[in-house]
Design a binder for this molecule. Structure first.
Ligand code: SF4
Length: 441
């Protein structure tokens, strides 16, 4: 029977949801060819490490993961963002079998075939119709484009991933429909710059069902909204075209949730960062969005301590946050990334000042978030169930993206299932999470 044993691959996926989508694609292909996933490196025939190269700390994490895989297994294939600059990997770990950049699925598969030829076994070649997903079955990331046309001065993603390349609308919709057909209840739409979707295709149409659909942010959001799943839009920039999507949110077609990485509010810092749509009057726009769609939840990330950020720039950011009432915030202390233009900027901010600003921003945000969440006490919210344990049931409302936002802790008299969407009565709120009871199914 030994010759029938399926070759086993251990997989490490580092980095952002976009990298996770790449990992899912590679794993889907491997499973389709009869490979199995191993839980541990030492029980596997080889290891694939999908790396992240965004920040120096992420590169270090990637190099550590490769080192660990080499020590525990010995056969290691490296792919992902850091693979776009192979010299550092080669220098640290000359023993790896192959190095490839992001989306180079074929290179990864060729390297696997060389090191560990597939065993043909029709019983192992089956792959579920939705592909193998690393995320739980009830939600899935849907990548609509690759690369980025912006040139933010702190970022090297365009260097690593190139300019924007959008998928045709019907290709995206086919994948989305397949995912929903396979039980996915929530689609998380991702890309480096979701609102720029289709710019490279000049918004070309493609045939979907009986109609032509434009590769354009509004059109794809509208079509995805017809599939019967929750649709959550992530990594959107505040271009004027975003205004149109707010009406889809008000109509309940897509979730009233926008993840906009503002990164700062001070016009000087935004200019130095070369942020897209920085000149748009965002506070005014946010006010209008909330007038049209009062349930809108805004999530954002900010960088403190960017070179040249003054005390008054930072005070401006805190005031802006207060006024914008951003519901959910992630904050990073500026970190130079090898190859980024901002490394050479004058007036770097000392580490202790970065830390102070980080603490001040997080404290301010905690109060804003608590205030926003308190308003939900006494309301009924739809909640998608993520986890059912012996004592705790956890889910997320429409305002919470998985992994990055808060959760809703639930009590229920009847058993609930993972992936189910229930109605909950919200009874209590703390700084980041809600607590309630299941009130309907
Ligand atoms: S929008 Fe800016 S930060 Fe985001 S990927 Fe593009 S260049 Fe990088």
């Amino acid at each position: 029977m030994q010759q029938d044993a399926a070759p086993k691959v251990s997989f490490v996926s580092l980095g952002c949801p976009k990298a996770l989508v790449d990992s899912e694609r590679i794993i889907t292909r491997l499973r389709a060819e009869g490979y199995e996933l191993a839980r541990k490196h030492d029980g596997a025939d080889l290891v694939i490490v999908n790396t992240c190269g965004f920040l120096d700390s992420a590169k270090k994490e990637s190099l550590d993961a490769i080192g660990e895989a080499l020590a525990e297994n010995g056969k290691v294939i490296v792919t992902g963002c850091m693979g776009a600059e192979p010299e550092q990997i080669e220098a640290a770990h000359p023993g790896v079998l192959s190095i490839s950049g992001p989306q180079q699925y074929e290179t990864v598969l060729e390297a696997v075939h060389r090191a560990l030829p597939p065993v043909h076994n029709p019983h192992l070649d089956l792959v579920p119709p939705q592909g193998i997903k690393l995320t739980p079955r009830h939600y899935a990331y849907l990548k609509i484009s690759e690369g980025c046309n912006n040139r933010c001065t702190f970022c090297i993603i365009p260097k690593l991933r190139g300019d924007l390349v959008s998928r045709p609308a019907n290709d995206v919709l086919r994948e989305a429909e397949r995912l929903v057909g396979a039980g996915v209840k929530e689609l998380l739409v991702i890309s480096q710059d979701t609102s720029a979707y289709g710019v490279d295709l000049k918004y070309a149409t493609s045939l979907w069902k009986d109609r032509e659909v434009r590769a354009r942010f509004l059109d794809i959001a509208r079509e995805l909204g017809e599939l019967g799943a929750w649709v959550r839009l992530q990594y959107v920039y505040p271009y004027p075209r975003v205004d149109d999507v707010i009406s889809l949110m008000a109509e309940g077609k897509v979730l009233p949730y926008l993840d906009i990485p503002f990164q700062h509010a001070s016009p000087e810092v935004l200019k130095a960062m070369k942020r897209p749509a920085a000149q748009e009057k965002t506070l005014e726009r946010i006010r209008r969005w909330r007038d049209e769609c009062p349930d809108l939840t805004l999530r954002s990330t900010f960088i403190v301590g960017f070179p040249g950020e003054t005390e008054s720039d930072f005070a401006y950011l805190l005031d802006w946050l207060e006024e914008a009432e951003i519901d959910r915030v992630g904050c990073f202390k500026y970190e130079p990334v090898a190859g980024a233009a901002s490394n050479a900027f004058a007036n770097p901010v000392p580490d202790e000042v970065k830390q102070e600003r980080y603490n001040a921003l997080m404290a301010r945000q905690q109060r804003i978030s608590a205030r926003r969440l308190k308003r939900k006490v006494g309301t009924r919210q739809q909640v998608i169930i993520d986890e059912v344990g012996p004592t705790v049931t956890k889910g997320r409302s429409k305002a919470d993206a998985p992994e990055i936002d808060g959760v809703v802790y639930l009590a229920s008299r009847r058993p609930v299932r993972v992936g189910e969407i229930v109605t909950a009565k919200i009874e209590r709120a703390d700084e980041y999470d809600l607590h309630g009871t299941v009130a309907g199914f």
